[in-house]
Design a protein around this ligand. Sequence first.
Ligand SMILES: [Fe+2]
Length: 377
Amino acid sequence: MTTAAVTSRVERLASSGIQLIPKEYVRLQEELTNMGNVFEEEKNNEGPQVPTIDLGDIEAEDEAVRERCRNELKKAAMEWGVMHLVNHGISNELINRVKVAGEAFFNSPVEEKEKYANDQASGNLQGYGSKLANSASGQLEWEDYFFHCAFPEDKRDLSIWPKTPEDYIPAASEYAKQLRGLATKILAVLSVGLGLEEGRLEKEVGGIEELILQMKINYYPKCPQPELALGVEAHTDVSSLTFILHNMVPGLQLFYEDKWITAKCVPNSIIMHIGDTIEILSNGKYKSILHRSLVNKDKVRISWAVFCEPPKEKIILKPLPETVSETEPPRYLPRTFAQHIDHKLFRKTGGAVEKNQSTEDNKSPEDNQPREDGKRS
Ligand SMILES: [Fe+2]
């Protein structure tokens, strides 16, 4: 039996006219904190806000101007680990093409999308999918997705990418290529911010040959009981960097200073997360922030996440020697990227549900691991 045959698509469930969501989608009480109306939350200007970083001067000729821009990026990476990037150098026209193509694919009938169904049982996540229950409580998320490798070109399998609309492959290919360039610039700034050579972090995450960009389009249907469900449960990203576009429907929340903060929808921006990989390499100086996605009753939300991931086995991730000192001992044990993912999955399924917090005092290096599951979301 294929995965497609045993997996219910959230889109189908949502369009069936149900007023109450199935119990598998009802989250645990402890997860349902700060679950107000996300449209109201997005308008809330009180309290801390996700920083907006203008990258327009990242390569400015004037050193003072350039350094101001770079310092703001570094500061946001250290304090928040997430930010809205503006003037990032990727044209609005290209971004619109990516969004139009992705929306067109998801607007096609479920039967059409099922032709691309992935086979999670055999470990193949690429294609159209929905989360399978992976914990004792059997909880599910209110989303369907499309997942595929997008860069480098020789590691892609274009045969599994959406064939319609026709612009999907050209638009997503060009976007991934340009994001790869942006990732290099960001990693250079983050390297210098740690007192390293410009190219160091880029090399440590695999360089141009081995750093893999994975595209995941998240499709969150309208939900009749959004106060009980989550689009994506609380987690930190395992990647080095994650870049996210969305259709201007709010939903992303960040766990900052013990509180869930709703991200604003900033026009023409790309949201960027620092992932666990950079947190580990920097010995915790750059933060991988806990986050989740809310759903709502009124509007479909779509987001396009691109995860920049190191190779699974070839690199041992651990705090770089330059980030460690007598007063700052290593906070993470060495592990491959694959081990890091497995470890997080094990923590998730092998014991009680992790608390949504990241307090790091008085814990062993392993306890300092960011809290999340191993999936890319
Ligand atoms: Fe995420």
